[in-house]
Design a binder for this molecule. Sequence first.
Ligand code: SAM
Length: 197
Amino acid sequence: MENGAPMTWNPSTEGPPSREVQALFSERQFRSVLDVGCGWGRNLAPFVRDANVIHGFDLDAEAVKHAATKLGYRDGIRIWQDDIRSTPLTGQYELVICLGVLHFLSTSERAGCYQKIKRWVEPAGFIIIVQFNAVNPIPSDLAELMPDVPADSSEILSAFEDWHVVSHESYTYDDDHDNGRIHHTHSIDRLIARRPA
Ligand SMILES: C[S@@+](CC[C@H](N)C(=O)[O-])C[C@H]1O[C@@H](n2cnc3c(N)ncnc32)[C@H](O)[C@@H]1O
């Protein structure tokens, strides 16, 4: 992916929030949530009723438009177009979600983004990060978009080694997209971690 070029591969435009979002949402209330690479907004939707601050950004203008429509308009909800690599965002949130985004970046960009994400989380706040790794090679039709994914789980675990790991899963699975026309095998890391108080 060229720097700043739109990245629109998003097989989850509709559908339910990720299982990590559902698990945390069922356990506690969040006052403020940021979704980095929010896509069409499925992972922010559960928080609309009760959170004061719901922020999300995405590189893709079309996704921003859909997410803004899905989440609605009120004080505290803001969805905008931005790039995690260059955003000037400095706020802090109780929960930061970054699902299916960081595997598009280079290893050095990702290293900077892990640190950014950590700064965006309040003390005792949470992150949810889900991303592919190369334990199973990236499917050939996606390889150009994801030329530099983490080799395995060690990169993300070492980025958050000073945080409390709430849950971490790493596994390989088969997936179908586009009504079964596209078959992929993915290896994935799914991390929930909590910043020390
Ligand atoms: C696979 S989709 C996931 C969308 C959403 N997180 C979800 O789970 O439904 C990846 C999203 O990351 C966005 N994206 C890719 N690179 C990005 C970047 N550098 N900064 C912000 N968003 C980015 C894409 O535009 C796309 O909407």
